[in-house]
Design a protein around this ligand. Structure first.
Ligand code: HEC
Length: 129
């Protein structure tokens, strides 16, 4: 009987030990939106969004404030296209109304960004509300 308890105890210690070590050593997996949040704050080539856009009080006013971009209910695909090639949505240099304000459509292409980066940025914007 005593031997049975000892065996169960050892198995328990091994299993719990494995769980704890695994939790400590396995890298934290970030969501696409979290990766996008990191990317947009980075100095990578092509990441120039804050030159023209405000998010949470920080940035320029040449383009619309993106702090509540999710409320405009664009799809991820739409956001990806907008970032990569805005002229597919807005005629260049035309005046466009976004969220009640008028802007001149001068957002540049971002063709240097990878598919993964576009998805991450779009996922991040899609979560801003
Ligand atoms: C030189 C200024 C400029 C830069 C840099 C810029 N944008 Fe824009 N953005 C604009 C302007 C102006 C518009 C209005 C429509 C257009 O020009 O296509 C716009 C529109 C948008 C929209 C559409 C808003 C809506 O829902 O109608 C999104 C999303 C967006 N920008 C995201 C980004 C992201 C992400 C970046 C960085 C990778 C970025 N922009 C870089 C100026 C800029």
């Amino acid at each position: 009987m005593k031997k049975g308890f000892t065996v169960i105890f050892i198995i328990l210690v091994v299993v719990l030990g494995y769980i704890v070590v695994h939790a400590i050593t396995s890298p934290v997996k970030l969501s696409a939106a979290q990766l996008g949040a990191e990317l947009i704050q980075s100095n990578k080539a092509g990441i120039d969004c804050f030159a023209c856009h405000i998010i949470d009080g920080k940035g320029g006013t040449i383009g619309p404030d993106l702090s509540k971009e999710a409320l405009l209910k664009h799809s991820i695909k739409w956001l990806e296209v907008q970032i990569q090639e805005p002229s597919k949505h807005f005629k260049p240099a035309s005046m466009v109304k976004i969220n009640g304000k008028t802007y001149m459509a001068i957002m540049p292409d971002h063709k240097m960004l990878s598919k993964k980066e576009l998805f991450e940025l779009a996922s991040y914007l899609d979560g801003l509300r």
